[in-house]
Design a protein around this ligand. Structure first.
Ligand SMILES: O=C(O)CCC(=O)C(=O)O
Ligand SMILES: [Fe+2]
Length: 320
Protein backbone atom coordinates (compact mmCIF):
# COMPACT_ATOMS: atom_id res chain seq x y z
CA UNK A 1 0.00 0.00 0.00
CA UNK A 2 1.33 3.39 -0.89
CA UNK A 3 1.55 6.56 1.11
CA UNK A 4 -1.75 8.32 0.64
CA UNK A 5 -1.40 11.64 2.40
CA UNK A 6 -2.08 14.85 0.50
CA UNK A 7 -1.66 18.58 0.89
CA UNK A 8 -4.10 20.50 3.08
CA UNK A 9 -6.70 22.82 1.69
CA UNK A 10 -8.25 25.79 3.48
CA UNK A 11 -11.96 25.77 2.81
CA UNK A 12 -14.06 28.86 3.53
CA UNK A 13 -16.25 28.74 6.65
CA UNK A 14 -19.80 30.13 6.59
CA UNK A 15 -21.99 31.07 9.52
CA UNK A 16 -24.94 29.32 7.98
CA UNK A 17 -27.91 31.04 9.60
CA UNK A 18 -26.53 34.56 9.30
CA UNK A 19 -27.58 36.57 6.24
CA UNK A 20 -24.75 36.20 3.73
CA UNK A 21 -23.35 39.47 2.37
CA UNK A 22 -22.28 39.77 -1.29
CA UNK A 23 -18.67 38.95 -0.52
CA UNK A 24 -19.61 35.74 1.39
CA UNK A 25 -21.93 34.76 -1.46
CA UNK A 26 -19.18 35.13 -4.00
CA UNK A 27 -16.78 33.13 -1.85
CA UNK A 28 -19.47 30.43 -1.50
CA UNK A 29 -20.00 30.41 -5.24
CA UNK A 30 -16.27 30.02 -5.83
CA UNK A 31 -15.99 27.18 -3.28
CA UNK A 32 -18.91 25.32 -4.94
CA UNK A 33 -17.38 25.76 -8.37
CA UNK A 34 -13.78 24.94 -7.55
CA UNK A 35 -14.02 22.35 -4.80
CA UNK A 36 -17.65 21.52 -4.24
CA UNK A 37 -16.72 21.61 -0.53
CA UNK A 38 -16.99 24.18 2.26
CA UNK A 39 -17.33 24.37 6.06
CA UNK A 40 -20.25 25.66 8.11
CA UNK A 41 -20.59 26.90 11.69
CA UNK A 42 -23.65 27.84 13.74
CA UNK A 43 -25.10 24.49 12.69
CA UNK A 44 -26.90 23.79 15.93
CA UNK A 45 -25.26 20.44 16.74
CA UNK A 46 -24.12 20.88 20.33
CA UNK A 47 -21.13 19.07 21.81
CA UNK A 48 -23.52 17.28 24.12
CA UNK A 49 -25.66 15.98 21.22
CA UNK A 50 -22.55 14.86 19.35
CA UNK A 51 -21.04 13.14 22.40
CA UNK A 52 -24.25 11.21 23.14
CA UNK A 53 -24.57 10.15 19.52
CA UNK A 54 -20.92 9.13 19.45
CA UNK A 55 -21.10 7.09 22.61
CA UNK A 56 -24.31 5.23 21.74
CA UNK A 57 -23.15 4.58 18.17
CA UNK A 58 -19.86 3.22 19.48
CA UNK A 59 -21.79 0.76 21.64
CA UNK A 60 -23.78 -0.34 18.63
CA UNK A 61 -20.63 -0.94 16.58
CA UNK A 62 -19.08 -2.88 19.48
CA UNK A 63 -21.84 -5.49 19.40
CA UNK A 64 -20.83 -8.91 18.06
CA UNK A 65 -21.04 -9.19 14.28
CA UNK A 66 -23.85 -11.73 14.48
CA UNK A 67 -26.01 -9.19 16.33
CA UNK A 68 -25.24 -6.41 13.87
CA UNK A 69 -26.04 -8.69 10.97
CA UNK A 70 -29.63 -8.89 12.26
CA UNK A 71 -29.86 -5.41 10.73
CA UNK A 72 -27.59 -6.41 7.86
CA UNK A 73 -27.92 -6.54 4.12
CA UNK A 74 -29.44 -10.01 4.08
CA UNK A 75 -32.00 -9.32 6.82
CA UNK A 76 -35.33 -7.61 6.29
CA UNK A 77 -34.13 -4.41 7.99
CA UNK A 78 -31.06 -3.65 5.84
CA UNK A 79 -29.74 -0.73 7.83
CA UNK A 80 -26.34 -2.23 8.61
CA UNK A 81 -23.52 -2.43 6.07
CA UNK A 82 -20.79 -4.75 7.38
CA UNK A 83 -17.08 -4.42 6.63
CA UNK A 84 -15.80 -5.64 3.24
CA UNK A 85 -18.62 -4.08 1.22
CA UNK A 86 -17.63 -0.44 0.83
CA UNK A 87 -14.11 -1.27 2.06
CA UNK A 88 -12.53 -3.80 4.46
CA UNK A 89 -12.42 -1.10 7.15
CA UNK A 90 -15.82 0.57 6.75
CA UNK A 91 -19.08 -0.39 8.48
CA UNK A 92 -22.20 1.72 8.84
CA UNK A 93 -25.77 2.02 10.03
CA UNK A 94 -28.28 3.93 7.96
CA UNK A 95 -31.09 6.00 9.46
CA UNK A 96 -33.67 7.42 7.06
CA UNK A 97 -35.93 10.42 7.33
CA UNK A 98 -38.40 11.91 7.63
CA UNK A 99 -39.24 9.70 10.62
CA UNK A 100 -35.72 9.34 12.01
CA UNK A 101 -37.03 7.96 15.32
CA UNK A 102 -38.68 4.88 13.88
CA UNK A 103 -35.93 4.31 11.37
CA UNK A 104 -33.33 4.46 14.16
CA UNK A 105 -35.44 2.10 16.24
CA UNK A 106 -34.83 -0.78 13.84
CA UNK A 107 -31.08 -0.70 14.56
CA UNK A 108 -31.38 0.57 18.13
CA UNK A 109 -33.32 -2.52 19.18
CA UNK A 110 -30.02 -4.38 19.03
CA UNK A 111 -28.79 -2.35 22.02
CA UNK A 112 -29.28 -3.65 25.57
CA UNK A 113 -31.31 -2.05 28.39
CA UNK A 114 -33.56 0.71 27.17
CA UNK A 115 -30.72 2.51 25.45
CA UNK A 116 -32.64 2.00 22.27
CA UNK A 117 -35.13 4.77 22.87
CA UNK A 118 -32.40 7.16 24.01
CA UNK A 119 -30.48 6.38 20.82
CA UNK A 120 -33.58 6.86 18.68
CA UNK A 121 -34.43 10.16 20.41
CA UNK A 122 -30.92 11.44 19.75
CA UNK A 123 -31.11 10.43 16.11
CA UNK A 124 -34.44 12.11 15.79
CA UNK A 125 -32.85 15.29 17.07
CA UNK A 126 -29.77 14.95 14.84
CA UNK A 127 -31.91 14.11 11.80
CA UNK A 128 -34.16 17.10 12.31
CA UNK A 129 -31.14 19.41 12.72
CA UNK A 130 -29.64 18.03 9.49
CA UNK A 131 -32.95 18.46 7.66
CA UNK A 132 -33.20 22.08 8.73
CA UNK A 133 -29.55 22.68 7.81
CA UNK A 134 -29.90 21.03 4.41
CA UNK A 135 -32.83 23.30 3.52
CA UNK A 136 -30.85 26.36 4.52
CA UNK A 137 -27.75 25.18 2.62
CA UNK A 138 -29.77 24.66 -0.58
CA UNK A 139 -31.20 28.13 -0.09
CA UNK A 140 -27.80 29.83 0.26
CA UNK A 141 -26.28 27.80 -2.59
CA UNK A 142 -29.15 28.94 -4.84
CA UNK A 143 -28.57 32.52 -3.68
CA UNK A 144 -24.90 32.22 -4.59
CA UNK A 145 -25.87 31.14 -8.12
CA UNK A 146 -27.86 34.20 -9.04
CA UNK A 147 -30.18 36.93 -8.00
CA UNK A 148 -33.36 35.69 -6.45
CA UNK A 149 -32.75 32.08 -7.54
CA UNK A 150 -33.70 30.87 -4.07
CA UNK A 151 -37.16 32.41 -4.47
CA UNK A 152 -37.49 31.23 -8.04
CA UNK A 153 -36.42 27.64 -7.60
CA UNK A 154 -36.53 26.51 -3.97
CA UNK A 155 -40.22 25.61 -3.82
CA UNK A 156 -40.63 24.30 -7.31
CA UNK A 157 -37.48 22.18 -7.36
CA UNK A 158 -36.36 21.35 -3.82
CA UNK A 159 -39.50 21.15 -1.70
CA UNK A 160 -39.73 17.35 -1.90
CA UNK A 161 -36.12 16.58 -1.00
CA UNK A 162 -35.52 13.97 1.70
CA UNK A 163 -32.53 12.95 3.78
CA UNK A 164 -30.83 9.96 5.30
CA UNK A 165 -27.93 9.56 7.67
CA UNK A 166 -25.06 7.12 7.59
CA UNK A 167 -23.27 6.52 10.88
CA UNK A 168 -19.83 5.24 9.97
CA UNK A 169 -17.17 3.37 11.91
CA UNK A 170 -13.74 2.91 10.33
CA UNK A 171 -11.53 0.23 11.88
CA UNK A 172 -7.98 0.64 10.63
CA UNK A 173 -5.80 -2.32 9.72
CA UNK A 174 -3.02 -3.14 12.18
CA UNK A 175 -0.52 -4.66 9.79
CA UNK A 176 0.72 -1.62 7.93
CA UNK A 177 3.99 0.28 8.20
CA UNK A 178 4.26 3.26 10.49
CA UNK A 179 3.24 6.55 8.87
CA UNK A 180 1.48 4.60 6.17
CA UNK A 181 -2.17 5.37 5.46
CA UNK A 182 -4.84 3.22 3.81
CA UNK A 183 -8.15 3.99 2.15
CA UNK A 184 -11.08 3.61 4.54
CA UNK A 185 -13.46 4.60 1.76
CA UNK A 186 -12.29 4.72 -1.84
CA UNK A 187 -12.66 7.54 -4.32
CA UNK A 188 -16.30 8.36 -5.06
CA UNK A 189 -18.80 11.12 -5.67
CA UNK A 190 -21.99 11.38 -3.62
CA UNK A 191 -25.36 10.62 -5.19
CA UNK A 192 -27.00 13.43 -3.20
CA UNK A 193 -27.89 17.08 -3.82
CA UNK A 194 -25.69 18.00 -0.87
CA UNK A 195 -24.01 16.01 1.91
CA UNK A 196 -23.23 17.22 5.43
CA UNK A 197 -20.30 15.42 7.05
CA UNK A 198 -19.23 15.47 10.65
CA UNK A 199 -15.74 14.00 10.80
CA UNK A 200 -14.00 13.47 14.14
CA UNK A 201 -10.65 14.97 15.12
CA UNK A 202 -8.78 12.15 13.34
CA UNK A 203 -9.32 13.79 9.96
CA UNK A 204 -8.70 11.74 6.85
CA UNK A 205 -11.28 13.20 4.48
CA UNK A 206 -9.66 14.18 1.18
CA UNK A 207 -10.97 15.94 -1.92
CA UNK A 208 -9.49 15.49 -5.39
CA UNK A 209 -8.53 18.69 -7.18
CA UNK A 210 -9.34 19.32 -10.84
CA UNK A 211 -5.72 18.39 -11.55
CA UNK A 212 -6.19 15.07 -9.77
CA UNK A 213 -4.27 15.89 -6.60
CA UNK A 214 -5.50 14.66 -3.22
CA UNK A 215 -6.04 17.48 -0.71
CA UNK A 216 -6.65 16.96 3.03
CA UNK A 217 -9.75 18.51 4.54
CA UNK A 218 -8.48 19.00 8.05
CA UNK A 219 -10.96 18.70 10.89
CA UNK A 220 -11.94 22.12 12.11
CA UNK A 221 -13.41 22.25 15.63
CA UNK A 222 -17.07 23.22 15.76
CA UNK A 223 -17.61 23.10 12.00
CA UNK A 224 -19.27 20.62 9.67
CA UNK A 225 -18.16 19.83 6.13
CA UNK A 226 -20.64 20.33 3.29
CA UNK A 227 -20.16 18.95 -0.19
CA UNK A 228 -22.09 19.15 -3.45
CA UNK A 229 -23.37 15.84 -4.80
CA UNK A 230 -24.02 14.51 -8.31
CA UNK A 231 -27.70 15.46 -8.37
CA UNK A 232 -26.87 19.11 -7.74
CA UNK A 233 -24.05 19.04 -10.27
CA UNK A 234 -26.48 17.81 -12.93
CA UNK A 235 -29.30 20.14 -11.85
CA UNK A 236 -26.97 23.16 -12.05
CA UNK A 237 -25.73 22.18 -15.53
CA UNK A 238 -22.28 21.59 -14.06
CA UNK A 239 -22.01 25.01 -12.40
CA UNK A 240 -21.68 23.36 -9.01
CA UNK A 241 -19.04 20.68 -8.67
CA UNK A 242 -19.57 17.22 -7.21
CA UNK A 243 -15.96 16.40 -6.37
CA UNK A 244 -14.39 13.04 -6.01
CA UNK A 245 -13.37 12.41 -2.44
CA UNK A 246 -12.21 9.58 -0.20
CA UNK A 247 -11.26 8.77 3.39
CA UNK A 248 -7.76 7.71 4.45
CA UNK A 249 -7.01 6.02 7.75
CA UNK A 250 -4.04 6.18 10.06
CA UNK A 251 -2.52 3.19 11.75
CA UNK A 252 -4.30 2.20 15.00
CA UNK A 253 -6.64 5.18 14.85
CA UNK A 254 -10.31 4.35 14.78
CA UNK A 255 -12.39 6.92 12.90
CA UNK A 256 -16.05 7.86 13.43
CA UNK A 257 -18.11 10.00 11.09
CA UNK A 258 -21.68 11.00 10.32
CA UNK A 259 -22.66 11.63 6.71
CA UNK A 260 -26.10 13.09 5.96
CA UNK A 261 -27.33 12.92 2.37
CA UNK A 262 -30.01 15.35 1.16
CA UNK A 263 -31.53 14.06 -2.07
CA UNK A 264 -34.19 14.77 -4.65
CA UNK A 265 -37.34 12.74 -4.55
CA UNK A 266 -36.82 9.50 -6.53
CA UNK A 267 -39.44 10.42 -9.12
CA UNK A 268 -38.11 13.90 -9.81
CA UNK A 269 -37.12 14.81 -13.34
CA UNK A 270 -33.74 16.52 -13.15
CA UNK A 271 -33.71 19.23 -15.77
CA UNK A 272 -31.77 22.47 -15.37
CA UNK A 273 -34.05 25.54 -15.51
CA UNK A 274 -33.26 27.68 -18.56
CA UNK A 275 -32.31 30.71 -16.43
CA UNK A 276 -29.55 28.61 -14.91
CA UNK A 277 -28.31 27.21 -18.19
CA UNK A 278 -28.08 30.79 -19.52
CA UNK A 279 -28.49 31.79 -23.13
CA UNK A 280 -24.87 31.46 -24.07
CA UNK A 281 -24.46 27.98 -22.63
CA UNK A 282 -25.37 24.52 -23.80
CA UNK A 283 -26.99 21.87 -21.70
CA UNK A 284 -24.34 19.45 -20.51
CA UNK A 285 -26.83 16.93 -19.04
CA UNK A 286 -29.77 15.22 -20.62
CA UNK A 287 -32.90 15.32 -18.44
CA UNK A 288 -33.21 12.19 -16.29
CA UNK A 289 -35.30 10.72 -13.51
CA UNK A 290 -33.47 10.70 -10.20
CA UNK A 291 -34.21 7.01 -9.42
CA UNK A 292 -32.80 5.94 -12.79
CA UNK A 293 -29.44 7.44 -11.90
CA UNK A 294 -29.43 5.76 -8.49
CA UNK A 295 -30.23 2.43 -10.20
CA UNK A 296 -27.44 3.00 -12.71
CA UNK A 297 -24.94 3.54 -9.91
CA UNK A 298 -26.12 0.54 -7.91
CA UNK A 299 -26.00 -1.79 -10.89
CA UNK A 300 -22.51 -0.68 -11.90
CA UNK A 301 -21.01 -0.89 -8.50
CA UNK A 302 -21.74 -4.53 -7.83
CA UNK A 303 -22.61 -3.86 -4.23
CA UNK A 304 -19.69 -1.53 -3.60
CA UNK A 305 -22.22 1.24 -3.22
CA UNK A 306 -19.92 4.22 -3.05
CA UNK A 307 -16.79 3.10 -4.82
CA UNK A 308 -17.18 4.39 -8.32
CA UNK A 309 -15.56 4.98 -11.57
CA UNK A 310 -18.80 6.16 -13.18
CA UNK A 311 -20.77 9.25 -12.22
CA UNK A 312 -23.69 11.35 -13.39
CA UNK A 313 -21.57 12.60 -16.30
CA UNK A 314 -21.32 9.08 -17.66
CA UNK A 315 -25.03 8.58 -17.11
CA UNK A 316 -26.54 11.78 -18.50
CA UNK A 317 -23.68 13.90 -19.83
CA UNK A 318 -24.10 15.26 -23.35
CA UNK A 319 -20.38 15.66 -23.99
CA UNK A 320 -18.39 12.58 -24.96
O1 LIG B 1 -16.52 9.44 6.52
C1 LIG B 1 -16.43 10.53 5.96
O2 LIG B 1 -15.84 11.48 6.48
C2 LIG B 1 -17.03 10.76 4.60
C3 LIG B 1 -17.90 9.64 4.15
C4 LIG B 1 -18.36 9.81 2.74
O3 LIG B 1 -17.76 10.46 1.92
C5 LIG B 1 -19.61 9.13 2.31
O4 LIG B 1 -20.15 8.34 3.08
O5 LIG B 1 -20.06 9.40 1.18
FE1 LIG C 1 -18.96 10.83 0.18
Amino acid sequence: MSKLSGTSIELPVFDIFKPLNPSSLSSLSLACKEWGFFHITNHGVSKDLYNKLYSLSTQLFKLPLESKLKAGPSSSIKTYTPRFIASPFFESFRVSGPDFFSSAQSSALLLPNQQDSEFSEILKEYGSKMTELSKRIIEVVLMSMGENFENKFYDSEFRNCHGYLRIINYTPPANVEEEEEVEGLGMHTDMSCITIVCQDQTGGLQVRSKEGKWMDINPCEGTLVVNIGDLMQAWSNGKLRSSQHRVVLKRFVNRFSLAFFWCFDDKKLIYTPKEIVGEEHLRVYKPFICADYLKFRESREEGKFEKVGLTVKDFAGTEG
